[in-house]
Design a protein around this ligand. Structure first.
Ligand SMILES: *Cc1c(COP(=O)(O)O)cnc(C)c1O
Length: 366
């Protein structure tokens, strides 16, 4: 029997995730050295030095299974965030929590409201569980909350929000979010992905933890990650924050040992080094100011950002600008797969990386 006949029909409707090109890949293909990757919103400072120490120490124990529910890390996180441990679930990256959400809540045929211009995994996991994505928004307004609220029907089970939004760097404010949540019925789950919250500079950014607590909301999940400001993308640690009842549902579908020992030890150490996080934030602020100015000099339209990346419009199209920059040794992210063919997304790097990127940009006339 052919593979198409025996595999679930949903699988042929899935679009595989397209990651940023890796330094290794480009080095191999173009025989380049000194490649700069500004394509996946990784921390250009890397992780805290304390992480290396913690992992070296923990490496003695790798013949033993890890903590089943990451109890020690969960306790440390609970303290850091000011929530209780039963409001937290750890995932193999926050990607895994996205999967747990659909496994726990989404029945086949139910609808999920999603921005058309956001992180593609929301649509991927929705389709994986035979859910129906309802797509909204434009690159200028990726999360049109009023429209999203109007599209809630008796079939709606999930709403995915990314705040700040990847790839536009735009933000939903506290006021906007509160007004929106007031319109969402309690049987609809709202996922708010805050992967970049630590980089936000706006005072209008929602304090979702306080809001969840005050309103005793049982239908909202916040997603956060150690992949971005904490610099642990390669280790895969993310988490969900929600009412204990919602967390209990997610825990039912989680596989037992989803975070390995090295990753648990690393995340605890990363959390203890808030100075490193602060340094990363400040470097991002300085890089942002520099890049805004350079984009203005070059006459390029960019979207002011609340995250560690900037969405830039390129007159001649994202794919061709991406290819030309790559030949100059700088990897950025073309945004065609986010439904923005004219756009690129550039991760804010170190001062040297940003300068090298601008030099490359000047050479290629975007
Ligand atoms: C990078 C990113 C994540 C993080 O994913 P992990 O699986 O934790 O590495 C989540 N959401 C968005 C929108 C992101 O850009």
């Amino acid at each position: 029997m052919s593979k198409e006949k025996i595999q679930r029909p949903e699988l042929s409707r899935l679009t595989p995730y397209i990651p940023g090109k890796s330094i290794e890949e480009v080095g191999r293909e173009l025989k380049l050295v000194n490649i700069i990757k500004l394509a996946s919103n990784e921390n250009p400072l890397g992780s805290s030095p304390r992480v290396q120490e913690a992992m070296a120490k923990e490496s003695r124990n790798i013949s033993l299974y890890p903590e089943q529910h990451s109890a020690i890390l969960r306790e440390a996180l609970a303290q850091h965030l000011g929530v209780t441990a039963d409001q937290l679930i750890l995932g193999n990256g926050s990607d895994e929590i996205m999967l747990l959400v659909v496994e726990a809540f989404l029945n086949a045929g139910e609808e999920a409201i999603i921005s058309r211009h956001t992180f593609s995994t929301y649509e991927f996991v929705t389709r994986l569980m035979s859910g129906v994505p309802i797509l909204c928004g434009t690159p200028e307004e990726p999360s049109p909350l009023e429209e999203m609220a109007k599209r809630i029907t008796s079939k709606t089970k999930l709403i995915w929000l990314c705040n700040p939004n990847n790839p536009t760097g735009t933000m939903i404010s506290q006021k906007e979010l509160e007004a929106f949540l007031a319109k969402v019925p309690p049987e609809v789950i709202v996922v708010i992905d805050e992967a970049y919250c630590e980089y936000v500079e706006s005072g209008e950014y929602p304090n979702t933890l306080a809001f969840l607590h005050d309103q005793k909301l049982e239908n909202v999940v916040i997603l956060r990650t150690f992949s971005k400001i904490y610099g642990l993308a390669g280790l895969r640690v993310g988490y969900g924050i929600a009412h204990p009842k919602l967390i209990a549902s997610l825990a039912l579908v989680k596989l037992p040992f989803n975070i390995n020992r090295l990753a648990q030890a690393a995340a605890i150490a990363a959390l203890e080094d808030q100075e490193h996080a602060q340094k990363s934030f400040q470097m991002n602020q300085a890089g942002k100011t520099y890049l805004y100015r350079e984009f203005e000099k070059l006459g390029l339209t960019y979207q002011p950002t609340q995250a560690n990346f900037i969405y830039v419009q390129t007159p001649r199209g994202g794919d061709s600008v991406f290819m030309d920059l790559m030949k100059q040794g700088v990897i950025v992210r073309p945004l065609a797969s986010f439904g923005i063919p004219k756009g690129i997304r550039i991760t804010i790097g170190t001062a040297e990386q940003n300068q090298a990127f601008v030099k490359a940009l000047e050479k290629i006339s975007p």
